[in-house]
Design a protein around this ligand. Structure first.
Ligand SMILES: [Ca+2]
Ligand SMILES: [Ca+2]
Ligand SMILES: [Ca+2]
Length: 229
């Protein structure tokens, strides 16, 4: 995979006619092995967005840290995974203020907590049998981010337990979603609470978190489909 990057570079020229810095726009490519997913966040907290790409051939993640002059030609950090990565997202799931990486693998989700310098702690596995899509967000009203997976049978929500990043093996909530193929977690109505959006061919559905810890379907009569534990 080749990652295309566009950056604005300040060029200092020594000629007398350019006593002031001028700005130039340059596009260039980063060599990123594999053909996997990618996401961006400021992993090392230096104010510059960094990149993470998944290499499904090598069962690895590569972190590209953006420095003051852009990205190096190759990854700064390689992180081995126990299996093949299929999708990934960057989010702050363990409450320490450092972005973490959540990866969907075969029948499993891995949490790799960020260490704050771009490197990662070892992956923690959460069983996710049959998961084809996933997302993370706060769905129970306790400020700890929860894990949502989509299988052929429906949506499964696992609440993060207090303490270290721990999710139960069995789902806390199961929501019917026949035919759904894609899922994302986002605050779709701007009320500050995360909602679940999922899609089947020619059909799009929402589960709105109307009050903390309660999701409601938006199609048809509004009915609560899950409640506070
Ligand atoms: Ca950064
Ligand atoms: Ca974190
Ligand atoms: Ca929660």
């Amino acid at each position: 995979m080749v990652v295309a990057v566009a950056v604005a570079i300040i060029v200092l020229q020594a000629t007398p006619s350019s006593a002031f810095p001028t700005s130039a726009h340059r596009d260039y490519a980063l060599g990123a092995p594999g053909d996997g997913a990618m996401a961006s966040a400021d992993l090392d907290r230096d104010g510059r967005a960094d990149l993470v790409v998944a290499d499904s051939d090598a069962n690895a993640l590569y972190v590209f840290r953006q420095g003051p002059y852009g990205f190096a030609p190759g990854p700064d950090i390689a992180q081995t995974l126990p299996g093949k990565p299929r999708a990934l997202t960057l989010a702050e799931v363990n409450g320490d203020g450092i972005p973490d990486i959540v990866v969907l693998g075969p029948d499993v989700a891995w949490i790799l907590p960020g260490r704050g310098d771009g490197s990662l702690w070892a992956p923690e596995a959460i069983p996710a049998p049959g998961a084809i899509a996933f997302g993370v967000g706060e769905l129970s009203g306790d400020s700890a981010w929860d894990l949502v997976t989509l299988t052929r049978d429906g949506i499964e929500v696992r609440f993060q337990r207090p303490g270290a990043v721990v999710y139960p093996e069995d789902a806390d909530w199961n929501v019917s979603a026949p035919g759904a193929r894609a899922l994302t977690i986002a605050d779709v109505n701007g009320d500050g609470r995360a909602d679940i959006a999922f899609a089947a061919p020619f059909e799009f559905s929402l589960l709105l978190q109307t009050t903390a810890g309660v999701l409601r379907r938006t199609e048809g009569p509004e009915t609560a489909v899950a409640g506070i534990r």
